[in-house]
Ligand binder design. Structure first.
Ligand code: ACO
Length: 436
């Protein structure tokens, strides 16, 4: 098969035959052109093969744009660097859901609308008792967020825009409450009710850290840092968990079930579980003297170990979020008066050596968002097992926005990839008595 581009189309000819077809090229606002391959099977009788979907656009989207070669990330056109330093998480949530930044009245309305939904159904409290205390909080998140569809069935009609709007508010508002409850359950402390007079990140830290026995004031530096961390994780185009949410949503499944599927997908160490894995890795390396030995191990194909927090399917340059995260890490540690954090020193050295190593240079492996986030979260007193949960809290905004966009897209169809079948050809059943 050979491909030949003409303006606006690509002609695909099957070598050795007289069969060919013209594929329409689609232009996005920015980014590479995309060939519409839908006619390939009907015209030539062939499918495309793309395990891991590295070269496949599965949908149209107006929410997030990534240029992996240049290290650019835009949400609704705004650079992540500007949003992270000048906006707030709920404002970014509004932007993602609505396409434009809110004016003051719209922002006040949206913030109040989200915060009004922070409490969970009282009966949900007993739902937690079914989990072992030592359950990973991500396991609890998958279960309890999925169970929201059993508690809020007054908003499950996905064809009703008002139901979709309420479900979106409920998810963005209640996921932090459920996350904090999962943590409190794991340490045997009473659940803390949300406080709607606090900001979104501030309230989350309050629910995580407060206890009924004494007053608790959220440190504003930590609240600001948490808000920024949430912005940095809010959305990232068609990554594994977002694609999971879209695929589940394409069947008409309710939004709570779809977000629970996204949480399950995020859990893996190749995706959202990487920030937890980075901290474990740094602890295992132990000190700067061991970095070289560790990197030798990572480069050895038989070891199956990876430099966690490095590499990305799309970024072949610095992940722009990693740069902001590194800067935030230094700021947070500085403001908390932490002068010597051995893990940070180790991470800086690890990054320095890796970035000058031919193995990482040749493969264009750079630090991703997770390389520094674990160190900040640890300094903020967040337990390691909650790192991925926090990612899920932030990403809920992206998942919900992408789910909404998909449902509102008239061309949306059920997601149904094909395969290259490599199993046995058709054969006849052999009764057990005649098998050798
Ligand atoms: N350490 C060592 N080698 C690596 C790493 C790494 N972190 N990442 C990729 N490589 C190597 C691979 O072994 C492969 O080498 P080869 O060509 O000699 O076989 C080459 O680089 C290409 O790697 P792929 O696995 O094909 O890259 P892919 O795009 O499939 O994987 C991924 C991307 C999963 C993120 C990978 O880089 C990785 O496992 N990183 C560590 C985990 C991590 O930090 N995940 C967080 C991602 S960001 C996020 O989800 C928020």
């Amino acid at each position: 098969m050979s491909g030949q581009a003409t303006p606006g189309t690509v002609t695909v000819t099957m070598d050795g035959t007289n069969k060919s077809t013209k594929l329409q090229l689609i232009d996005g606002t920015i980014g590479p052109q995309v060939a519409d391959i839908r006619k390939l099977y009907s015209d030539l009788g062939i499918f495309t093969y793309d395990p891991g979907y590295g070269g496949t656009a599965a949908c149209d989207s107006k929410i997030t744009y990534i240029d992996g070669d240049e290290g650019i990330l835009l949400h609704r056109g705004y650079p992540i660097e500007q949003l992270a330093t000048q906006s707030s998480f709920l404002e970014v949530a509004y932007l993602m859901l609505n396409g434009e930044l809110p004016n003051a009245a719209q922002k006040a309305d949206f913030d109040a609308g989200v915060m009004r939904h922070t409490m969970v159904h009282e009966q949900m409290r007993s739902f937690f008792q079914g989990f072992r205390r030592d359950a990973h909080p991500m396991a609890v998140m998958c279960g309890v967020v999925g169970a929201m569809s059993a508690f809020y069935h007054d908003s499950l009609d996905i064809n009703n825009p008002e139901h979709r709007r309420i479900s979106a508010f409920r998810l963005i508002a209640k996921v932090p409450t459920i996350a904090a409850m999962a943590y409190k359950y794991s340490v045997g402390q009473p659940f803390v009710y949300p406080r709607n007079d606090l900001g979104y990140a501030e309230n989350f830290l309050y629910m995580m850290n407060a206890v009924p026995a004494e007053p608790y004031h959220v440190n504003p530096i930590l609240a600001r840092a948490m808000d920024r961390i949430l912005i940095l994780h809010a959305d990232h185009e068609q990554n594994a968990s977002t694609s999971t949410v879209r695929l589940a949503g394409s069947t008409g499944a309710n939004p709570f079930a779809c977000i629970a599927a996204g949480i399950a997908s995020l859990w893996g160490p190749a995706h959202g579980g990487a920030n937890e894995a980075v901290l474990k890795m740094l602890a295992e390396i132990g000190s700067v003297e061991n970095v070289k030995h560790f990197l030798d191990q990572v480069k050895d194909k038989n070891s199956h170990s990876r430099l966690m927090g490095f590499g990305h399917r799309v970024y072949k340059n610095f992940d722009p979020r990693a740069k902001i995260m590194q800067q935030t890490c230094h700021e947070v540690l500085g403001e908390l008066g932490i002068k010597n954090e051995p893990l940070l020193d180790l991470a800086v050295e690890l990054e320095r050596i890796a970035l000058s190593d031919d193995y990482f240079i040749a493969r264009k492996l750079y630090p991703n968002v997770d390389f520094y986030s674990g160190i900040i979260l640890k300094a903020m007193g967040i337990p390691t097992s909650m790192f991925t949960v926090l990612f899920a809290v932030a990403r809920t905004v992206g998942w919900v926005s992408q789910w909404m966009e998909m449902i509102e897209d008239p061309s949306q169809r059920i997601g149904r990839p094909r395969q290259v079948y490599t199993g046995s050809p058709q054969r006849d059943f052999v009764p057990a008595s005649q098998r050798g």
